[in-house]
Design a protein around this ligand. Structure first.
Ligand code: F0G
Length: 471
């Protein structure tokens, strides 16, 4: 059973507004360049916001990854870095903190999330294997493919519909999963890949009921279940808000319960953990730990730093504690919703329900006259920058890449532009300016033309592809 989704934070928390549980101690000046300079910058960047210089950006909503503001406590922790090559005290602090809040037994530090994805994929996947998961993520799927596996999406159908109001659009469709297990055989499935708040679906959560049933199904077939915990704290907030029996439980307790149904997790600490760099892999099985801690010394660094400086590990450890505080997470998601509500009020099509880390604009409905082969979401991200110097990210056909078997574009149902909100960085006024910019681009939509791809790199093309305007 689930509760109705509150449309505003006010409805959930009564008549009082929420506010950030911090005040600002240091600022970084922003600068907006002229329209002509923005046009020059965009042309030089090949209409790809990843290729812009940050100095030419006014409000940067490209990603919430590594873009958080650290707290005074985290900065103080940076001064306590133990930069020993082996056995740094900060590693043990991080290990204890992950054990305390996530509950996993063994920790392998990595430089960021994809380092951990690389290790788990290499440790567990054999050529010809199948990895089921609740919608792909770009780097996760690529590492699974590079290890010889094939990713198969088993998310519920509602996740592919940007207007569907299902409260847990990240859920696994257990019937799809079971049919897949029967088709390929459990021995061809090294693990099930579960993401907490599904990035590509719009930051949509998985329910506790779903992960519990998923665990039972995995037990029945003898499968392991690993979690992409990158934004799992945000997922825990949605469970507290929407799932019966969790309203009075702290986010930290919900997080730990959820993780207890899984065998381990990989983490991009650059998101939930409020740091600029870092990641880890944590597992319960000793055999997986042994393989991963051997591989980490090949690809990342010694098993007690894995590519992070001692000071980075200290900042992650402190960040984990700050991330799971209820007042932090409520204001973080409250700010995302504030932006989403402004856009909704103006009739701008966005993914509903609003997710945890970003507002996703539905480019198919925004630009119905631009076919998907002309990259409507890429176009919208470029137009937004040209209008206001605001940088967003394409999450559509460019991000989906090509099918390795056929070489054709993969055409995802979701063609989205992500307005990603860094944690503790921007104010409500920045959200107002952003919403007004999206509105201006929306008002000019009928005159807007699509793009043509003129350069395409082999891997993760969205980062480096180049485009030209179709005249
Ligand atoms: N998993 C998820 C769900 C992610 O969103 C990301 C990164 C990763 C894994 C990989 O972690 O970047 O530390 O190597 N997402 C970033 C984004 C890039 O902008 O959404 P990483």
């Amino acid at each position: 059973m689930t509760h109705a989704i509150p449309q505003t934070m006010g409805q959930q928390f009564g008549r009082r507004s929420w506010a950030e549980p911090w005040k600002i101690k240091m600022v970084e000046p922003l600068r907006m360049i002229s329209r002509a300079e923005r046009q020059r910058a965009m042309t030089e960047a090949g209409y790809n916001t990843f290729l812009l210089r940050s100095e030419d950006v006014y409000i940067d909503l490209l990603t919430d990854s590594g873009t958080s503001a650290m707290s005074d406590r985290q900065w103080a922790g940076m001064m306590l870095g133990d930069e020993a090559y082996a056995g740094s005290r900060n590693f043990y602090h991080l290990e204890e903190t992950v054990q305390k809040y996530y509950g996993y037994r063994y920790l392998v530090p990595t430089h960021q999330g994809r380092g951990a994805e690389h290790l788990i994929s290499k440790a567990l996947i054999k050529p010809g294997d199948t990895i089921p998961g609740n919608m792909y993520f770009t780097t996760t799927r690529l590492h699974q493919e590079l290890a010889g596996g094939t990713f198969v999406d088993v998310i519920i159908d509602e996740a592919h519909d940007p207007a569907n109001l299902h409260p847990f659009k990240g859920n696994v469709d257990l019937n799809k999963l079971e049919a897949l297990i029967k088709r390929v055989g459990a021995d061809k499935i090294p693990y099930v890949s579960l993401a907490g708040t599904v990035n590509m679906a719009g930051g949509q959560p998985v329910s506790m009921a779903n992960v519990r049933l998923l665990r039972e199904l995995c037990n029945h077939y003898g499968l392991r279940l690993y979690l992409d915990a990158t934004r799992m704290v945000e997922n825990a907030f949605f469970i507290q808000e929407r799932e019966a029996g969790y309203a009075d439980k702290p986010v930290a307790a919900i997080l730990k319960e959820f993780c207890s149904y899984t065998d381990g997790a990989w983490m991009s600490a650059k998101k939930d953990h409020l740091v600029n760099i870092g990641g880890w892999l944590a597992v319960n099985h000793e055999d997986v730990f042994e393989t991963a801690s051997n591989l980490v010394v090949v690809y990342e660094g010694l098993h007690t730093y894995g590519g992070m400086a001692g000071r980075d590990m200290e900042a992650v450890a402190i960040g984990i504690e700050e991330a799971v505080q209820d007042d932090h997470i409520r204001s973080r998601i409250g700010q995302v919703r504030y932006l989403g509500e402004l856009l909704t009020d103006w009739g701008i099509p966005i993914v509903q329900p609003m997710g945890g880390h970003a507002i996703f604009v539905d480019a198919k409905r925004f630009y119905p006259h631009i076919p998907q082969q002309q990259f409507p979401a890429q176009t919208l991200a470029a137009e937004l920058y040209l209008d206001s110097g605001i940088r967003a990210m394409e999450r559509g056909v460019v991000s989906a890449g090509r099918d390795p078997a056929t070489g054709d574009h993969r055409y995802p149902a979701l063609e989205l532009v992500r307005l990603t909100i860094p944690r503790r960085v921007y104010t409500q006024a920045h959200m107002d300016v952003t919403a007004e910019a999206v509105k201006a681009v929306y008002d000019a939509r009928e005159q807007t033309r699509g793009l043509r791809m003129v350069y395409e790199p082999k891997y993760l093309r969205f980062f480096q592809a180049r485009f030209e305007r179709i005249e």
